[in-house]
Design a protein. Structure first.
Length: 169
């Protein structure tokens, strides 16, 4: 596979250089190749982690499921650590690999099902939307769907650019 080097920060537009000052992970460094969208991507990434209304554990479970479906080792490396840090159980982390709801809470099992439905069908059916709105507010459901979609984008980018954790702190 052709290796793509990280851009030299000194050659980047100033706004992107400033945004990268607080975003040092390899994915962010590689996203800097996109001068036009890099800053917006970084802003969206921040929103996913800081202003997302989905409860932390359920959000991380959905992100892990996307990472497994996309076979994105980089994503799994980082978000398994986040998931453990916020208290997601080892059983739920393991379930994210298969999508199986066995041995985890009903809410966790539902999030895995909904994530898979979005990944496979590119929508949530009427029955699923109704079920989801029994657990989530409309705002949380919107954030959940945006989270799954954003992490599909992230995993595509990670895989297309063969990004690893090499050199990260």
């Amino acid at each position: 596979m052709t290796t793509i080097a990280y851009p030299d920060p000194a050659t980047l537009p100033e706004q992107l250089q400033q945004a990268l000052a607080t975003h040092t992970a390899n994915i962010y460094r590689m996203v800097a190749h996109s001068h036009g969208m890099g800053v917006s991507f970084l802003s969206m990434a921040d929103a996913m982690l800081q202003t997302n209304s989905v409860p932390f554990a359920l959000r991380e479970l959905a992100i892990l499921r996307v990472g497994h479906v996309y076979e994105a080792a980089y994503e799994l490396h980082h978000h398994e650590r986040f998931a453990r840090a916020i208290g997601l159980s080892e059983e739920a982390i393991a379930a994210s690999a298969t999508g199986s709801g066995e041995g985890i809470s009903a809410d966790e099992a539902a999030v895995l099902r909904w994530t898979d439905e979005l990944l496979n069908d590119h929508t949530l059916g009427e029955t699923t939307r109704t079920e989801a709105l029994e657990l989530f507010t409309v705002t949380e459901l919107a954030d959940f769907v945006l989270t799954v979609g954003f992490y599909q984008l992230v995993c595509n980018f990670l895989n297309a650019f063969d990004i690893t954790t090499d050199g990260e702190a």
